[in-house]
Design a protein around this ligand. Structure first.
Ligand code: SF4
Length: 151
C-alpha cells in the first residue's frame, strides 16, 4: 500500500536540466541536514496522500505538457516510490530522485533516469556551486552532470 505523502506539487524546469518536471516534495525526511530549508516537511504523516490513483490523475492532466517526474525525497518509502516510478515510465516520462543520501539501492536506481545524491551542506552549496558535495547523475549513462547547473 502506498503511504507516501507530499507537501508540494509543482512544475519545475531547473531541477532536471532539459526536462519539464512534475515535482513532489515527499514528507517524512529524517536525514536531518543542518540548515535544511524544508524542515516543515519533516513530520511523518504530514501533507496530502500521494496515492497511485491520484498520481495517475495528475499524469493524465499533464499529458503532453511534462517530460519528467521528480521526487524530492521519498526513498524511505522505497516500495511505494518504485510503484510510482513504474507508472511514470509506463507514461514514457523520465524519472528523477533528489535524495540527501550518498547512495541509493540498485533496486531503486533501476527505475530512475537521474538522481541527485548528497546531503545539504551550507558551506558547500547546491548543484550550481562547483565546490558542492552533491552530485547530479545521469543514471542511464553513469555520467555526473553537475556542469549542467553551472552558469
Ligand atoms: S535531505 Fe533535504 S529535506 Fe532532508 S534534511 Fe536534508 S535538505 Fe532537508
Amino acid at each position: 500500500m502506498v503511504i507516501m505523502r507530499f507537501s508540494e506539487e509543482q512544475i519545475v524546469w531547473q531541477e532536471v536540466p532539459g526536462q519539464t518536471s512534475l515535482a513532489y516534495t515527499i514528507t517524512g525526511c529524517n536525514i536531518g541536514c543542518k540548515g535544511c530549508h524544508s524542515t516543515h516537511t519533516w513530520p511523518i504523516g504530514s501533507g496530502e496522500l500521494l496515492s497511485e490513483r491520484y498520481f495517475r490523475t495528475r499524469l493524465d492532466a499533464y499529458d503532453g505538457l511534462i517530460t519528467c517526474v521528480l521526487f524530492l525525497g521519498g526513498e524511505w518509502h522505497q516500495a511505494g516510490l518504485i510503484k510510482l516510478l513504474k507508472i511514470a515510465r509506463e507514461k514514457r516520462l523520465k524519472t528523477c530522485l533528489y535524495t540527501g543520501l550518498e547512495r541509493v539501492p540498485a533496486t531503486l536506481l533501476n527505475y530512475l533516469d537521474y538522481v541527485k545524491l548528497g546531503p545539504w551542506m551550507a558551506s558547500r552549496g547546491g548543484l550550481a556551486e562547483r565546490g558542492t558535495n552533491q552530485t547530479f547523475i545521469n543514471v542511464i549513462t553513469g555520467d555526473v552532470e553537475n556542469y549542467k547547473f553551472w552558469s
